[in-house]
Design a protein around this ligand. Structure first.
Ligand code: HEM
Ligand code: HEM
Length: 187
């Protein structure tokens, strides 16, 4: 009675390979830059702090550029529809939350770095990518504005962290509790 193979009723429908690669790459970059942001703001003034600020800005600008590539990939190669069995097992609120989390994340992938960039400009520290290429300032130097942008950048980053947490908990629930194979779509 050993070893008969089971053919899945619904074949796994996966995201485009580039979408899967960007999901991993940007996931790591965003979590890393969030942690770096939290760490660097509490350091005393020193050359190390300045260096970490620069790395934080450069990595954030790279995230912004790759998020544009990601969005383009999504438009050109839309995600496959959820398998009927998985979708049917989800209550309406869960289907809505699934979709809304992704929309919220995409918005924040752009808002967080753009707010950081705008804050730098308003504070009078233009961004020079890799110390080589000065990026344009799209807001003027203005102290009250820079205070607002600083707070908005931090709040947007915390909101993104909260959504990522929700997203990962949801993904793990599908994997370990529902055992519905959803994770394979992004692997
Ligand atoms: C894209 C991913 C990014 C994430 C996840 C992120 C996240 C964060 C976080 C969590 C903080 C600490 C906030 C606090 O607790 O006060 C922070 C601070 C900061 N971020 Fe970002 N950031 C990103 C991109 C950028 C970019 C692109 C720039 C500028 C070009 C930037 C500029 C800054 C600056 C200057 C601070 C320090 C603010 C202060 O001195 O209080 N960030 N960031
Ligand atoms: C343990 C970590 C993670 C796991 C297991 C995971 C798993 C998944 C899975 C299975 C999907 C596809 C959902 C579907 O089929 O509809 C997905 C989509 C997505 N994930 Fe993650 N994820 C993780 C971390 C992250 C992180 C850290 C971020 C962002 C910083 C992120 C952002 C996204 C986004 C935006 C989508 C939607 C992609 C699209 O539809 O274009 N994920 N994730």
């Amino acid at each position: 009675m050993s070893g008969f193979s089971v053919t899945p009723v619904t074949p796994v429908t996966r995201y485009h390979p580039l979408a899967r690669a960007l999901h991993g790459l940007l996931g790591l970059a965003l979590v890393g830059n969030f942690a770096l942001g939290l760490y660097m703001v509490d350091l005393p003034f020193s050359p190390t702090r300045l260096q970490l600020y620069s790395w934080h800005k450069w990595l954030g600008v790279l995230v912004l550029a790759f998020s544009a590539v990601r969005l383009l990939t999504r438009l050109l190669a839309p995600p496959p529809a959820l398998p009927v069995a998985i979708e049917a097992a989800m209550p309406v609120w869960q289907r809505w939350a699934h979709h809304a989390t992704h929309v919220g994340l995409y918005l924040l992938f752009f808002a967080v770095p753009l707010l950081g960039w705008a804050f730098s400009s308003a504070a009078g520290f233009p961004v020079v990518l890799f110390g080589l290429w000065p990026l344009p300032d799209f807001v003027p130097v203005n102290e009250p504005l820079s205070d607002v942008l600083k707070r908005l950048h931090a709040w947007a980053a915390y909101a993104m962290a909260a959504l990522v947490l929700l997203h990962v908990v949801g993904a793990l629930k599908h994997h370990f509790i529902d055992r519905d194979g959803l994770l394979a779509r992004m692997r």
